[in-house]
Design a protein. Structure first.
Length: 205
């Protein structure tokens, strides 16, 4: 058993920040504000329209960022002058209170979460099989139109279609499931992003 909710891209909350536009895919709790201390975790995608921007400081949060279109260069100038160049779908973890400067225009994918949680981000192609574990919250964000089939103990349990840029929120998982994907996109091209979030005391993410 599990709860599955498809979120239409029209339902996302879109806001403007100093460097571009952010599309909020998920915020927990649902009626929280995107302010320090007011939310547990947030999943979003942002468009960076400036060649150089400074990220908003988010003390007491951890962050995961990944460019999904074009490369993204980051720098933490208070710690090092070294620049970190991220290729599309390359994942990077950092602390929300670190001064972070970005270089280059791109579209990125973000997860922000309190240290009382653990989170991972995975990128899947049509040939990949994902495993959803009980007790963990999952957000699947479609990069392309996809069809998903959920299997439990080898049995086909749920079939659904997830259009491009829609997302799937899976909660209250009581059994482990395998997720298989069908897409018209060739097998080695990413078709969805999967975010997993759980309490810090969960045995293993």
């Amino acid at each position: 058993m599990m709860n599955i909710q498809i979120i239409d891209k029209k339902e996302y909350v879109v806001s403007v920040w100093s460097g571009g536009k952010t599309t909020q895919i998920c915020l927990a709790p649902p009626h929280a504000k995107f302010e320090v201390g007011e939310f547990d975790y947030r999943v979003s995608s942002a468009t960076i329209n400036l060649e150089k921007t400074v990220f908003t400081s988010l003390p007491n949060y951890n962050r995961i960022i990944m460019p999904i279109q074009q490369t993204l260069t980051l720098q933490h100038p208070d710690i090092s002058q070294k620049k970190i160049v991220l290729q599309p779908f390359e994942i990077y973890f950092f602390n929300g209170d670190m001064k972070t400067v970005s270089y280059g225009k791109c579209v990125d994918f973000n997860v922000i979460y309190k240290p009382t949680y653990k989170s991972e981000v995975g990128v899947y192609s049509a040939k990949d099989v994902s495993v959803l574990k009980k007790g963990i919250v999952y957000i699947l964000f479609a990069i392309q139109d996809i069809q998903l089939t959920f299997y439990k103990n080898g049995k086909d349990m749920v079939n659904l279609t997830l259009p491009k840029h829609h997302s799937l929120h899976v909660t209250n998982i009581l059994d482990d499931y395998e997720v298989h994907t069908l897409s018209h996109i060739q097998d080695n091209v990413p078709v969805y992003i999967q975010v997993s979030i759980c309490d810090n005391d969960y045995e293993k993410l």
